[in-house]
Design a protein around this ligand. Structure first.
Ligand code: OSB
Ligand code: MG
Length: 368
């Protein structure tokens, strides 16, 4: 394939419900939706999952736009590509900026799968026809969090993740456990603790959590290993894993027993598959993380989670979890706690152009 045009749609969507993490609260979500067209007129879609502020990783919407316009898109335009896995090499003169790279690579995977006349999941190596999914509950008062858990349990979600932060952890988890003793429950700290909080974190062992996600800083792989030695609860790493190399170091040191894979955080689907394969070979289960993304990235996540070592329900909630109206047709929906893996060639969903127009703040067209 040969890409002749790249359109960057900068969008903003309002969340149906504010979403709070240990970093802060989200009410709107700014995104970059990437549309690419090849010489055959085939169109592919990808999404840059960077946020407006650099709190989760160092990337933002604006830094991603800069990298895409000045470096990544120019290196792709007019180039003949046999396979999307060539992109990391093509982009190797740009250090890091993984979410920007992943957005473009996702769009190339969509076109590649369409040319192969296969669903995205199949070309990625997926083996499932549907996936079990979980949901994330942002930090709120205990009664409101319980209410949300109740509602999502009725909707069929299979695993519940709550955000915690120092000062709002054991009391909260105790309250949840009292109401739901057998709930498949885990907690995500988004790097809010340090090793000094070890004794407090050890108390969380009492709540039968499936795992605790990213308790310490993103560059604290060593401290996570020291912490995991003291905890019964498995540690899952999110922010710490930017690459296969990070996964290799973390698993070798015993820093985690589970890995959260997000294609955006690791630079694209190619690297995500490599991490998946490495974890599988080392008996480390993985699950697919979420980024409060639109249906484009969500659909890609469903395809990725069809790979065999995604054995834990991920943060791949239905479109309705965050959006009044998604940008894709059909919506991502649950039936019996599962989301079907699309059997339509490519990403398997259509972009709703009318909805896209309504949420677009800026459009940038780049072509040869
Ligand atoms: O740490 O997994 C995370 C959302 C934004 C940034 C980081 C994280 C999250 C989530 C997923 O927890 C929430 C969702 O997409 O529903
Ligand atoms: Mg996380």
């Amino acid at each position: 394939m040969n890409i002749k045009r790249v359109t960057l749609h900068i969008t903003e969507m309002k969340l149906v419900f504010p979403f709070a993490t240990s970093y802060g609260t989200y009410r709107e979500r700014e995104s970059i939706l990437i549309e690419i067209e090849d010489m055959d007129g085939c169109i592919g879609w990808g999404e840059v999952v960077a946020f407006s502020q650099p709190w989760y990783t160092e990337e933002t919407v604006q830094t991603s736009l800069h990298m895409l316009r000045e470096f990544l898109v120019p290196s792709l335009l007019g180039r003949t590509i046999e396979h999307p896995s060539e992109l990391p090499q093509l982009f190797s003169n740009v250090k890091r900026n993984r979410m920007a790279k992943a957005g473009l690579e996702g769009a190339v995977w969509d076109i590649y799968a369409q040319h192969k006349n296969q669903p995205l999941a199949a070309v990625l190596g997926g083996v499932r026809s549907d996936i079990e999914v979980g949901v994330v509950i942002g930090i709120d008062t205990l009664p409101r969090m319980l209410q949300q858990i109740e509602r999502y349990a009725v909707e069929g979600y299979q695993r519940f993740k709550v955000k915690i932060k120092p000062g709002y952890d054991s009391e909260l988890l105790q309250g949840i456990r009292q109401a739901f003793p057998n709930l498949p429950l885990m907690a995500d700290a988004n790097s809010a603790y340090t090793l000094q909080d070890k004794d407090q974190l050890k108390k969380l062992d009492d709540f039968g959590l499936m795992m605790i996600e990213q308790p310490l800083a993103d560059d604290d792989i060593l401290d996570h290993a020291l912490l995991q030695k003291e905890l019964q609860t498995p540690i899952c790493l999110d922010e710490s894993i930017h690459s296969l190399e990070d996964a290799r170091v973390a698993i070798t040191l015993g820093s985690c027993r589970v890995v959260n894979i997000k294609a955006g955080r690791v630079g694209g689907l190619t690297e995500a598959i490599r991490i998946h394969d490495y974890c599988q070979a080392h008996h480390i289960p993985v699950w697919c993380g979420g980024m409060i993304e639109t249906g484009i990235s969500r659909a890609q996540n469903v395809a990725l989670a069809a790979l065999p070592n995604f054995t834990i329900p991920g943060d791949i909630s239905a479109s309705s979890r965050h959006w009044e109206e998604d940008v894709i047709i059909p919506d991502i929906t649950l039936s019996d706690g599962r989301v079907p893996v699309s059997s339509v060639p490519g990403l398997g969903y259509k972009v709703n152009r009318k909805r896209l127009r309504n949420i677009t703040m800026q459009t940038i067209v780049l072509e040869n």
